[in-house]
Every structure is written in C-alpha cells, then in structure tokens.
Design a protein around this ligand. Sequence first.
Ligand SMILES: Nc1ncnc2c1ncn2[C@@H]1O[C@H](COP(=O)(O)OP(=O)(O)OP(=O)(O)O)[C@@H](O)[C@H]1O
Length: 656
Amino acid sequence: MAPETKTPMKDPRAWDALTPPLAEWILDAVSSMGFARATPVQASVWPLFGGGNKDVVVEAVTGSGKTLSFLLPLVHRILRQEEPTKRHHVAAIVVAPTKELAGQIHGALTSLIAFHPESAELLPYLGGEEKRPDTSLPVVVPQLLSGGNTTTTAQDLSFFLRGSPNVLISTPGRLVELLSSPHVHCPQSSFEVLILDEADRLLDLGFKPDLQKILSRLPKQRRTGLFSASVSEAVGEIIRVGLRNPVKVAVKVKSLKTGGIIEERRTPASLQMSYLMAPASHKLPSLTQLLEKLDPRPQKSIVFLSTCAAVDYFAHILPVLIPEGFDLVPLHGKYDAKVREKNFSKFLNSAQPSVLLTTDVAARGLDFPQVDLVVQIDPPSDPKSFLHRCGRAGRAGRRGLSVIFLQPAEEDYIPFLDVRKTPITPLAHPEIFVANEDAGETAERIREAVRRDRALHDKAQKAFVSWVRSYSKHTASSIFRVADLDWADLALAWGLLRLPKMPELRRSASFDGDRFLGARVDWDAYAYASKDREKLRLASLAAYREEQEEGSEKKATKETAAEEHKAKRKRNAEAWSAKHEQEDVRALRRDKKKRRREAERRHGLTDQEKDREMDLERLLLEVRKKNQEKQAVAVASATAAADRDVAGDDEFEGFD
Ligand SMILES: Nc1ncnc2c1ncn2[C@@H]1O[C@H](COP(=O)(O)OP(=O)(O)OP(=O)(O)O)[C@@H](O)[C@H]1O
C-alpha cells in the first residue's frame, strides 16, 4: 500500500489564500509592510466587503487591523471599475471623529497606494500647484480634509479642483462644508463606498446633524461599512446610516480565566488590564512610581485626564514629578490645529521615552507604535471610551499594560467593567506603594511650582472647576458621585492654594468650610512669572486700591459730615441753652432795673394808681408762671395771646 501523503492545510489567513484573490501589488504592499498574514478581521471582512456586495458592521478589538480591513476593499472597489473616476467626482469617503485619526487613515492609504503604480505616479501632484494629469486606468487619489485652521475650506476646495481626488478622508464637519460645494459630485455612477471609522462615536448625538447632511448628499445605492471596537454600543443608531441587509462581523477574544473558565473579552489578549485603588492625592506619586519601576522602561506612555483644562494645568506640573529622562507632550482638542499637529508628531517621532498627557481626543483609533503603557488618572466620563483608551497599548499582538486609578468610593467600577466584558484585575506588578507622607510631599512640590507663577494658580482653579463638572457628568453616575468626593484630599492632589468657590462645595457634607486649606499666601504679592502679565495685575491692583480708597474717603466724608451735623446740633442745643441762660440773666437785670424805676415812679403815684398797677403786676406774674410751667408751644401761644394783650411782646420772646 502506498504511503499516505498529507497535504499541509493552507493557512486561511495567508494573504494569497483570500478570496477573491488580492492583486499582485497588494500582496507586495502587505509583505513590504511586514504583515505576514491577514488579521482575523481583515480575513473576515475582505470576502464580504471587498469581494461580495455586502454592507458590514464590524466589531473587533483595538489594534486588530481594522484600518487595513476597510482600506483593502475600498481600493479594490475603485480599481475594479472599468473607467477612472470622472474629474470632480467622488468614489469613496472615510469619516473619522478626530483630525488625528483622519490623518492617520490618510497616511495608511497613501502608504498602500504607493505600491499601485498608476496611483503612485500621481502622488507628487497631490498638494502641488499643478493640475494632476488624467489617466486612462482607474486610480486611487486620496485627499485629507484636515479641518481646524490647518487648511481653510477654500484651500480644500481648490486642492479638490486641481487634484481631482476620488477618495475623501475627513472629520464630519469639514466634509459637510466640502460636499456643499456645487463643484463636488457624488453621483451613483461614481460613488462606491462610505466608511464610518469609530462608527459608534460618529453616531453619538454630537455628530448627528453633520452625519445626516453627509448621508443626504450621497446616493442610496452604495456600500457602507461601520467599523469600531465598540460598534455594538450603537445598535439603536445603526439603522440611521441606511445599511442594506448588513452583515455583522464580530471578532472576539477568548481568554482563560482562573479556574479554567474561558471568557469572552472585548480587549486584546496581549493587553494586561489593571487597576490601582488610590485616593486622589496618591495618584500622581503612583504614576511616578509606575514609570520608575516598570522594566523595561516604557518607551511611550499615554496618560488620560478628563478635561482639556486639566491637561493644560498638569502639563506644567508633571515635568516636576515624573522621573528624569521622560519627555512630556500635552495634546487636547482645544489646542490650535497647528499645535495639535506639532505635539502629535512630536510624540509619534520622539526618540526618547515620552509621555502623552491627553484627553479622550486621543482615546480612539490612534495607532502609536511602541505604546507600552496607558494610565487613566481620571476614569472616562463615558464608559465606551474605556476600552478605546486601554487599546492604545497592546496593539497588533504587542504586549501592553493599562492601569486605571480608582478612588476608594469608586470601587463598583470594577464589577461594572466586568459586565461590559472589559474585566480588570488589581495591579500586581510592579508593586506600587504610596504613604500619606509621600502624597503630602508631592502636594508641596506642586504647590511650590504653583507659588512660582500665579498663572499656574489661575490654571489650577479653572481646571479644578471643570474637572468637578466633568465628574458630575459621568454616565455611571451611581459610581462616580460628587457627594462622595474628599475635597481636602483632592486639593492636595491638585496642589491647590485654595479651593475655588463652587456650589458643589456648599452642598457637600464632607467639606469643612476652609477654602484656604491652611495654605498661607500673600495674595497681593503673589506674582505672575510673565512680566507683562504681572504689570497688568499690578496696574489693576492699584486701580482697585484707589477705588477702595476713594470709596473709603467718600465714606469717611459722609461720616464726618454726619458727625459734624451731630456736633452742630449739639452745639446749637448748647448755644440755645447758654443763650437762654444769658437771656435769663439779662431778663433778671432788666427786671431789677424795671422794678427800681417802677419803685421810683410809684413813689409819685396816687393810691388808686398804685392798686391798679399792683393788680396788673400780679396778673403778669401769674401768666409768666403759667407759661414757664407748660413750656409748650400750643399752650404758650394761647397763653401768649392773652399775655400779649396784657404785657406786650417783649416779655414772652423766649417761648415763641
Ligand atoms: N495583517 C497585519 N499584520 C500585522 N500587523 C498589522 C496587520 N494589519 C495591520 N497591522 C498593524 O496593526 C496596528 C493596528 O492596526 P489598526 O490601527 O488598523 O487597528 P484598529 O483595529 O483600527 O484599532 P482601533 O480600534 O484602536 O482603531 C497598526 O500598526 C497596523 O500597521
């Protein structure tokens, strides 16, 4: 019997085993890129989306090669057309949520078509002043619409008119602007395929209006592909994109749990997903230890914070804290497009160990080779971001470590992530231990830096308020509760010199009311490092003081006037009584004189005349006595009337 011959099974993911067969130039390209075989997602998507005529919804873990899984079908569909795409017609569009990701996809496509001779010939024309020549064969001509202020819409349009690209790669906003031009055409005869990368993010409410406008400008007869590591998060929204009988491609990871149980995960097997329980003030010292102790030293690390303002602030603080030899590169969505671009490529190309300090702007899709470590100092507000953030490390089979720092009150996040198939385990190695004294020392070092420049204090105040607001917006609101925050510890963690005035503080039971945290600061002398800014501050301080002084002078004048008025009244009252005393004296003298004269006069009167005068005098005395007793104007006036009749005005002057 002839010996049994076994033909070796062909690797189903070998590039040359895929159906339909890949073009020669693609085989060259992937082998030059060092990709020995297709990744599971590439092998699954190709026959459906490249060969077949299916719409696809693709979910595969981060770093599993989804970009190439949609680029290969995209170029294949364009190049198999009988004729080149007409001038100013678009054949394919790729939409991505951030400029950086759009740029990266554009880079990947450009590297790929560099292997396609007819398309490669046109590459030098792209971006140039010259109109690109027509071709007789189909070609792929990409244009990146980068948005922001890197290029204006007018520049994008003139590039489009000169280069006549047939593939647009863009963020939603800039794409809407270009598609609104009457010179940009997407007819059914030319348009082939629409790709939404990070589709669940693009289907979020924020992008909805732009996405609707884009869809309304595209023919209904087209192929559409949705790609993401978490596309199933958007199940309810997928319908909006107008897919026709889509095929769902889900590439899952199975891993062995302790006890021999096989579990399904939504994160790559090469990525260790860990957590560290740490009060807020222990987080930065823990980060420092992690960077120090990891062996080999992480070449590239990404540290996530929750807000742009926090990145702005800690970008000035971390250089003081992290071990020597690490470059710190900040990146967030509010930077000017040029700074964003510069910092992005600085991190990408840095030769020495570097740390990217960033927000969720860098959570999705970005493929930095050599990212060994991801640290989430702040857990993401949206749990969808969690696996994307972690997935910046451990890509394409490379080992990676992801650590999330959780405060004691946030412990429930651990089972929460388990349910979402992104389980995390306690960080066992390297061992991190932070004593309270270390945390206090770190806080002092931060405060020292803050004291050197008042601008840092301003940044800290702004950032802290925005951080608290973002904390209150966590989707998992039952786990991240502002009411549980330990304000004194947070103030240490941030190295604050005082806590900003916030309604959250007033409502908090754990806040003891000392916003100044026992830190002694001479606020008038506390200066900005920038001379110009300090000059301005001093000028406005002087103006403020002057205003205060004017205010107090006015107040003093008012007070003096009031006192003077009071004194005058007193003087008047005193003068009045003195006057009356004098008058009394004078009246007495007059009386005496009068009586002496009377006595002399009476000397010569008859007895009858004397009696009449005596009666008159008695009457006069009675009236005077009465008046003196009552001293009331009403009574006096009545009495005076009677008196005047008898004695004349002169006698009652004082009662008037
Ligand atoms: N067949 C392959 N073999 C080896 N490496 C590959 C292969 N295809 C792609 N890669 C590499 O894998 C890395 C990750 O690819 P890619 O960025 O497409 O991942 P992704 O699945 O889109 O990740 P994310 O979900 O984070 O966006 C890239 O550096 C890419 O060059």
